[in-house]
Design a protein around this ligand. Structure first.
Ligand SMILES: Nc1ncnc2c1ncn2[C@@H]1O[C@H](COP(=O)(O)OP(=O)(O)O)[C@@H](O)[C@H]1O
Ligand SMILES: [Mg+2]
Length: 457
């Protein structure tokens, strides 16, 4: 794993906190189980011994020492886990199943615990016993107890299995934490690596997406979308710069050489006048091209995206129609506009009328006299459809994508004025409005359709 240390990662710390909480709960649970089981069986033993002592004390009161020793003798024969010992004032055994008074101290409550030897299947084992001490009259002593070895063994087994479960829980938790954080770390490192590559100039690099759809994947997806957007903007900017360099150089050169030639000729006020007029015309075209390029860049950068407002497309198209209808009639073209009222979309009014104007301008420019131009705008379900159709030469199928690029003009259109930016702007405006742009055959002629969505995005 690179530079970052596993233990220092957020993922690992989160896992550790969970592990500690989980470990503490497991510990508490196990402690509770242990305490109830072991504690209860100790209390049970004590109760049994106490009850037996009470019983024997009664027997002693009723039958005296002789009666008691008889009962002790009897019970010593039968009871397997019980321990009895009756001794005289010199602590010498009278009856019972152990042969000497244990050396252990008796506690203030009268209890004592001691090891003793017990025959088990022919062998002598040392077991632990817990017993209660009762002093009788005249220095005689009674000891009643239980073998607690089995219980201690059980407690021992429980303790070790509890320790094992805790160790296992912590071990598995640690292992899980290690793998989870390693996986997280690997994915975050992938994001870091991509960022470094992008910073080093690899703008086309993308963060790998695992397809799991989790939050890291969402982060990767968003970063990728952001990178794509940045790449698009930068490419667009670069393209504009290159376009300007290539396509504005020749008109500027033309202007300069015309002025130089004029200067070299004999001073002549009519010649000067003509030259100035041509220069003004040329610079107007240049300004037009500049403006068109800027408009396209503005639309493409999505600069207007947050300034998109409710617009009535019907009004926008009607205003443009009023302007271009006269031009069409001048050229002898039949111009019809079929507009449904109130076609509300969200958009940039200026850019929209610029785009509609470009489409009408093309239709008029490229359709020979006597043709027809039909503009329509209508609502189709959730969409608003705008179409500008003409009966001119149309655009061949294989050129329909190409003419959308900047400065592209078809060979046969070179004679008419234009810069090849009209449709580029239409496309940029369509993109900005998330509208679908299609160039279709109007047989004969071209039909350009823009489909806007009315659903709020
Ligand atoms: N309505 C149309 N009919 C035929 N050809 C067209 C039409 N509109 C556009 N074109 C072709 O597409 C090219 C690009 O159009 P455009 O981007 O508007 O640039 P411009 O009009 O300045 O040449 C035009 O030069 C022309 O060849
Ligand atoms: Mg045009």
């Amino acid at each position: 794993m690179p530079q970052i240390r596993l233990l220092g990662t957020t993922a690992f710390r989160v896992v550790m906190v969970y592990l500690i909480l989980f470990g503490a709960s497991v510990l508490a649970l196990l402690a509770f189980v242990y305490w109830t089981t072991a504690g209860i069986s100790t209390a049970q033993t004590d109760d049994t011994i106490r009850a037996e002592i009470t019983g024997l004390a009664e027997q002693y009161r009723a039958g005296g020492l002789v009666g008691l020793s008889q009962i002790v003798r009897e019970r010593s024969r039968n009871q397997r886990q019980s321990i009895y010992l009756l001794t005289d004032p010199g602590r010498r055994p009278i009856a019972g199943n152990i042969n000497a008074w244990p050396e252990a101290e008796t506690t203030a409550e009268g209890w004592l615990e001691f090891p003793y030897n017990r025959p088990v299947g022919g062998e002598i084992e040392t077991h632990l016993a817990r017993a209660r001490h009762l002093s009788l009259e005249a220095g005689f002593q009674l000891l009643v107890g239980r073998d607690i070895q089995e219980r201690l063994d059980l407690e021992q087994v429980m303790r070790s299995s509890l320790a094992w479960s805790l160790a296992l829980t912590l071990g598995l938790g640690l292992l899980g934490g290690y793998f989870i954080s390693r996986n997280m770390l690997r994915r975050i490192e992938a994001i870091n690596r991509t960022s470094r590559e992008v910073m080093a100039g690899g703008l086309e690099k993308r963060v790998p997406v695992t397809g799991s759809g989790d939050e890291l994947d969402q982060l990767a997806g968003n970063l990728n979308a952001m990178l794509a957007q940045i790449e698009r903007l930068i490419t667009g900017m670069r393209q504009v710069t290159e376009n300007i360099a290539h396509d504005l150089r020749s008109p500027l050169n033309r202007m300069r050489s015309r002025l130089e030639v004029t200067l070299m000729e004999e001073p002549d006020s009519d010649g000067y006048r003509e030259s100035i007029r041509e220069t003004i015309e040329e610079s107007e075209r240049l300004l037009g091209t500049f403006n068109a390029l800027l408009e396209i860049a503005r639309a493409e950068s999505g600069h207007g995206a947050d300034t998109l407002k409710p617009v009535d497309l019907s009004t926008v198209v009607r205003n443009a129609s009023e302007l271009y209808e006269a031009l069409a009639e001048e050229k002898g073209l039949a111009f019809t506009a079929e507009l449904e009222p109130e076609l509300n979309i969200t958009g940039d009014e200026n850019l929209l009328s610029q785009a509609v104007g470009n489409l009408m301008d093309n239709a008029i420019k490229y359709t020979p006299g006597g043709g027809t131009i039909t503009v329509s705008a209508r609502k189709l379900g959730e969409r608003v459809e705008l179409s500008v159709a003409d009966s001119g030469p149309g655009i061949p199928m294989d050129k329909r994508d190409d003419v959308l690029n900047r400065f592209v003009r078809l060979e046969e259109s070179r004679s008419s004025p234009g810069s090849g930016l009209g449709l580029s702007l239409v496309q940029a405006v369509a993109l900005l409005h998330r509208a679908e742009l299609s160039l279709e055959d109007n047989s004969p002629g071209l039909r350009v359709i823009l489909r806007f969505s009315t659903a709020p995005s």
